[in-house]
Design a protein around this ligand. Sequence first.
Ligand SMILES: C[C@H](OP(=O)(O)O)C(=O)O
Ligand SMILES: [Mg+2]
Length: 308
Amino acid sequence: MTTSTIPIKISTKAIAQEFLDKYDTFLFDCDGVLWLGSHLLPSVKETLNLLEESGKKVMFVTNNSTKSRAAYTKKFASFGIKATQEQIFTSGYAAAVYVRDFLQLTPGKDKVWVFGETGISEELKLMGIDSLGGADPRLLESFDPETSPFLKDGLDPAVTCVIAGLDTKISYHKLAMTLKYLQQDGVKFVGTNVDSTFPQKGHILPGAGSMVESIAFAAGKKPVYCGKPNQNMLNSIASVMDLDRSRTCMVGDRLNTDMRFGTEGNLGGTLLVLTGIETEERALQKSDEYPTPKYYAEKLGDVYELTH
Ligand SMILES: C[C@H](OP(=O)(O)O)C(=O)O
Ligand SMILES: [Mg+2]
């Protein structure tokens, strides 16, 4: 899939101002755009303040399922950035919405086995859906099928779905139990996001996709992914806010998730920043796997720095 236009680099005041004037709503990816782990990227806070002062609407759309939306408001606050839970969409929340609304799990009856962190289980809990596994510390113990606390009374028959996402405390016990549940007839398989890698300051580390696809390979089953570029996420956002797609821009650091999400969502534009996964060379090359961005920039903060 390609777009005919050559990406425009935001490298002058005039281009930066043209970019700002073109859109009323900005959807921001988080990892690799706003921050790298605990490291806030340059002039991000100033850029977000500029957008707020200009009356622009801002949403945060992250494929990172490790934290709940509520936990993310605390991460934003730690950087001195105001963000309400309603402005934040995570792939963990998107997966919970999917199992509630599409798979129609019955709260109080159906349960979910989670491979991943609290960002998934906390969102399920808010919907009244119980989950097993996840950050349960007993899963960090070495796995023995004879003694595992998750097997001694047999598998929980109430589990009708597995949700898998990024787990920075991965263990064989977690992999084994997730596979056991996926081997049960009728258990659905949901992935939070397909990102193969995860940007940290000075490192590109294994992402959710590398773990979910490992489980999929073992189970011989393909998950339904709920994060970007899945359009259910954008449709959820559009349903809760008055979104004029033609005046909306998706800002991200990954071509095959963020830029696809924006282009396939028929948004007015996309901005690829080079502080995460991608390079200028890849931003400019045409590919069948992902669209070229409308704009690109060395970093998001250039939008502020070039106009001030
Ligand atoms: C990298 C991705 O997060 P995002 O860039 O979508 O915030 C992820 O955590 O897998
Ligand atoms: Mg990112």
